[in-house]
Design a protein around this ligand. Structure first.
Ligand SMILES: NC(=O)c1ccc[n+]([C@@H]2O[C@H](COP(=O)([O-])OP(=O)(O)OC[C@H]3O[C@@H](n4cnc5c(N)ncnc54)[C@H](OP(=O)(O)O)[C@@H]3O)[C@@H](O)[C@H]2O)c1
Length: 259
């Protein structure tokens, strides 16, 4: 009986891809998986950042890096090919790479929309599409493969800042999660994490300007910690979450309940 419960939350031996795994939330997730005994591939655009993340995560377990710019379909196909060569069976894909853009409404132009939607929505879709054979190959009847998308509470509530493409992209990520969950079942589950505020390059300016106020406004009275993000990612990848699909899970200290 105890063995069953030890396995229930385990990801040991699983193979995982984390996009945008070189810093911020992606690194928090990648570190959680590496420490828990998974083999983790991290990816982002900058080869140097990929090499640095690979080196530091390799001190904790098994990690390799593959650079790719996931804002184009061609690069999503190339990354999927690189992953397939190394790992014909992929247990978990974490679609975390994302970008934001803020500008006053009158200046919010086509380039801003393209920059955000190409990566946050289309890149997530294309990479999932191209890695579906490897995910399905890893799937077992009682332990399906997993896609974990990183949405945002900004896709649930209206944000304070003028980030029109970003909030729309995250609402799209949440609905795409549900749509893909229906299509990819029963071999692959698809869920989304909707983070509140976590320290990262993307959030640095916001937290520097208003970090204390943001923490105070959260029912849990703080911003997120790396272990909060690693914990939900580990759960969603583990046998414990085999029957969970199409879920959007806020990890935000309750902020979305009061916004
Ligand atoms: N931090 C928060 O509070 C928060 C809250 C809600 C949701 N999120 C979401 O969490 C995810 C991670 O955000 P973060 O805050 O950790 O941001 P971040 O620090 O800016 O990290 C973004 C990551 O994505 C990579 N990336 C950016 N553009 C890319 C591209 N075109 N192709 C491939 N990789 C690319 C970056 O590396 P390179 O620059 O090397 O490409 C980096 O590894 C995003 O989806 C974001 O929307 C964050």
């Amino acid at each position: 009986m105890s063995d069953v419960y030890e396995e229930l939350f385990s990801v040991r031996g699983k193979t995982v891809v984390v996009t945008g795994g070189t810093r911020g939330i992606g690194y928090m997730i990648a570190e959680g998986y590496v420490r828990a005994g998974a083999t983790v591939y991290v990816s982002s655009r900058k080869a140097e950042a990929v090499a640095v993340a690979e080196a530091s995560l390799s001190k904790l377990g098994t990690c390799a890096g593959i650079p790719a710019d996931l804002s184009t379909e061609a690069e999503c196909r190339r990354l999927a090919g690189e992953v397939a060569r190394r790992a014909p069976q992929l247990d978990v894909l974490v679609n975390n790479a994302g970008a934001t853009w803020g500008a006053p409404i009158d200046e919010y132009d086509e380039a801003a929309w393209r920059r955000v939607l190409d990566l946050n929505v289309k890149g997530l879709f294309h990479l999932t599409k191209f890695l579906r054979p490897q995910l399905e190959a890893a799937s077992m009847p009682d332990d399906p493969a997993r896609v974990i998308n990183i949405g945002s509470i900004d896709g649930i509530q209206v944000p304070l800042l003028e980030t029109y493409a970003y909030s729309a992209s995250k609402a799209a990520v949440h609905q795409l999660t549900r749509h893909l969950a229906k299509r990819l079942a029963p071999k692959v589950t698809v869920n989304a994490i909707a983070p509140g505020p976590f320290e990262s390059k993307m959030m640095a300016a916001t937290l520097a300007a208003a970090g204390d106020a943001i923490a105070e406004s959260a029912p849990m009275k703080r911003i997120g910690k790396p272990s909060d993000m690693a914990g939900i990612a580990l759960y969603l990848a583990s046998p414990a979450a085999s029957y969970v699909t199409g879920a959007i899970i806020p990890v935000d200290g309750g902020i979305a309940t009061v916004g």
